[in-house]
Design a protein around this ligand. Structure first.
Ligand code: NAD
Length: 431
């Protein structure tokens, strides 16, 4: 009998044990929280394996008649608390390990703000900047059709992430709807308002970053008025975050994106910068700014740093140089576990991704509820409910962090993993 019981092993066989990528960062974060899980710790192994991992081929006809193939993924990390939920990323460097980690962080985030979802994520290895609009639409539609086996309004609900937006969500919604023979608005969130999207969804992630930043600043006695902020990534998340902090009287002194790094010690004009990005695709060359070599971004004198681009940007190589008092993780997984320790040892307060950028999925939840009830809320109602959820969740995390003398990341993982594993425990194991 014993011979039939597989050896306990934390790694799925399809991963390279020598290069775990961001999934390795997630495993380390789970190991840190395990001592705090009590009896629920018996279920912790379920967090170390995604429930369902789908890899799909996405063949499309290019405009010139060639056939191109792209690799796509949809990973459902955990569905103990509800359907899978998480974005879709189009990027040339997307990997399975990355999508697995992003799906797992969604499980943790959704539990941290207590929305009734599990965690999922998807992606395609494609550089959308090299596709025409027609090719981008075909990639999106074919990918949606391929993952249509496992997504659905009550199964798994995608949303925008890096390089995907309302237009991509509209194509995904339409493709899924054509395949099932009915208009299924609730299959994705982050849709255009005219297709069942929610007011406030586009700004929700940045708004959430701003809200937790204000909450944390208040607790450490640091005024937002006059605080200097450096932001990496000036897309959906970074752009809105910068705008809201600037409106509150902070000085956005540096912004870095894929095109370059711009700087102004007296504060960049965020409105001009957003207009420049809309017109030129990046911050580089914006009038009234000084251009810096990209590596100097980490040395900028500032009170708050907001990584809002990609994962693994703050590493042991640059964590020691960061001068901010506070790092607010707008991006998912921007800080490696080793860099996290360096920042904590240096007294830098890190507000982790799994709470800092949870505003997006919170308003996605509102959008999904509105679609099901076909009754739409005002923007004021949405922002008020978002603020209530974010402040409540952040307050609980702050309390657990001070009770257990742990980082805000470990505190968030304690609350979230307890919720996920408690649900697993209540449901029991099938069969
Ligand atoms: P986006 O595509 O709108 O913007 C991405 C930004 O990152 C762009 O400004 C781009 O120029 C910049 N960037 C890309 N590569 C870079 C590099 N090598 N160095 C510096 N900058 C670079 O994407 P987004 O939706 O704003 O997502 C940003 C991050 O926030 C991601 O980690 C994403 O997973 C996370 N996030 C997004 C949402 C959401 O609602 N969109 C929600 C939660 C978390």
């Amino acid at each position: 009998m014993q011979a039939n019981v597989p050896q306990k092993h934390p790694l799925p066989s399809y991963l390279d044990p020598n290069d775990l990528g961001p999934w390795g960062d997630f495993l380390q974060q789970v190991d840190r929280v395990t001592p705090y899980l009590g009896k629920l710790g018996r279920w912790v192994e379920t967090l170390k394996r995604p429930k369902r991992t789908l890899i799909v081929d996405v063949p499309i006809m290019m405009d010139d008649g060639r056939i191109a193939h792209f690799e796509g993924y949809r990973v459902q990390h955990n569905t103990s608390r509800g359907p899978g939920k998480g974005g879709v990323r189009f990027h040339q460097d997307v990997t399975l390990s990355e999508v697995m980690a992003l799906s797992a962080w969604m499980s943790v985030k959704n539990a941290a703000v207590n929305v009734p979802y599990g965690g999922a994520k998807g992606g395609i290895r494609v550089n959308p900047q090299l596709l025409t609009d027609a090719e981008l639409e075909r990639v999106t539609r074919r990918y949606t059709s391929e993952i249509g086996l496992i997504i659905g309004p009550t199964k798994d609900i995608p949303a925008p992430d890096v390089n995907t937006n309302e237009r991509v969500m509209a194509w995904m919604m339409d493709t899924y709807s054509m395949n099932v023979g009915e208009t299924a608005t609730g299959v994705v969130t982050g849709k255009p308002i005219d297709l069942g999207g929610s007011l406030g969804r586009r700004e929700a992630t940045g708004r959430g970053v701003f809200i937790v930043g204000c909450e944390a600043s208040q607790r450490i006695g640091m005024p937002i008025q006059g605080a200097r902020i450096a932001i990496q990534g000036f897309g959906n998340v970074g752009g809105v975050t910068g705008k809201l902090f600037a409106e509150a009287g902070a000085l956005v002194v540096a912004v870095q994106d894929h095109s370059g790094t711009v700087y102004h010690p007296g504060g960049l004009d965020v409105t001009t910068l957003l207009a420049h990005v809309a017109a030129h695709g990046g911050v580089n060359g914006c009038p009234g700014t000084e251009s810096l070599p990209s590596d100097q971004f980490w040395d900028i004198e500032c009170e708050i740093m907001v990584p809002a681009a990609l994962e693994r940007q703050i590493t042991e190589a640059n964590a020691g140089r960061i001068r901010a008092k506070m790092v607010i993780e707008g991006a998912n997984g921007p800080t490696t576990p080793m860099a996290d320790d360096i920042l904590t040892d240096r007294g830098v307060l890190v507000i982790p991704d799994v709470i800092a950028n949870a505003g997006g999925v919170t308003v996605s939840y509102f959008e999904w509820v509105q679609d099901f009830s076909s009754f739409f809320w005002s923007e004021d109602e949405i922002n008020e409910r978002l603020g209530k959820i974010m402040r409540g969740a952040f307050g609980a995390i702050w309390q657990v962090a001070s009770d257990h003398r742990v980082s805000l990341r470990t505190a968030t993982f304690i609350i979230a993993c307890q919720r996920i594993l408690h649900a697993r425990d209540l449901r029991g194991l099938y069969p």
